[in-house]
Every structure is written in C-alpha cells, then in structure tokens.
Design a protein around this ligand. Sequence first.
Ligand code: ATP
Length: 137
Amino acid sequence: MENKILLEIVTPERALIKEWVDEVTAPGTEGEFGVLPGHTPFLTTLKIGEISYKKDNATKYIAVSWGYAEVGPSQVTILAEAAEIAEEIDTKRAEEARARALAILAKKDAEESQFKLAEATLEKTMVRMQVAGRIGK
Ligand code: ATP
C-alpha cells in the first residue's frame, strides 16, 4: 500500500496486530523514535514504554516491555517481550502489581535481584496505567 506502513507486533505468546498505518512512534533504548513511510531502515532495542500509531486520523496506544524493532521504508516489525493494547489492559491488576513492587522497594533488606525486578515491574505498571488512561480507563 502506497504511503502506508505495515505495523506488526508480536510477543512470544501471540500476534498483537498486523495493520497498515500512517505513522508509528516507539520507545527505543536510545530514545523515542517516529516512523513515517519511506524511513531509512534501522534496527533498535526497545525499553519499557508506549507505542502509538496513527491510522485514519485516530491514534492507538500499546504498552510494551522490552524487545526489538526493525524499521524499513514500508514496515515496522516489533518483537516484544510483552505488549498489551490499551483496551485489554487490566488496570486493577496493574495497580496490584504496582503495590507489590512498591512494598519490595520499601524493604531495606531486599535482595539486589528482587529490587531490580520490582523496579522494572513499577515501570511496566506505570506505563500500563498511562496507556489505559489514554482511552479513559
Ligand atoms: P503481574 O504481576 O500482574 O503478573 P507482571 O509485570 O509480572 O504483572 P509481565 O511478566 O510483564 O507481568 O507479563 C506477563 C503477561 O501478562 C504478559 O503477556 C503481559 O502482556 C500480561 N499482562 C501483565 N499485566 C497486565 C495487565 N495489567 N493487563 C493485561 N495484561 C497484562
């Protein structure tokens, strides 16, 4: 399709989306990047953050937790460790996971590995709540 990008997002568990879109923004490890049709090819790792894409003047949001993005002139392929579209995010679950993470972070005797995991969970849950909030959840 001319002047469109084929956005494909997959995780080890499932294929999330495969759609022709107008524009994609994603959280690269080196910073957020935007892709329009005709972009120079590149490969990057992704951090925990928000992916957004525009299609027919509507913007859609997806929470992503790590992965890779491969960008070409007419395609963006994302292999993510975990990803959820805004509509399917369970905010109660995210709030509970956030509370558990905060409790671990508050412990003075938490092990380094536990601490690191809790920090990542905190970040993931904040992004999940932000993405859910985009659609008023
Ligand atoms: P929890 O402690 O609630 O399980 P987690 O941060 O440990 O959260 P992950 O390991 O990041 O969860 O994800 C496990 C799977 O559950 C992934 O497929 C992810 O997309 C999904 N998932 C995690 N949290 C949510 C949520 N709040 N709403 C919908 N799907 C979620």
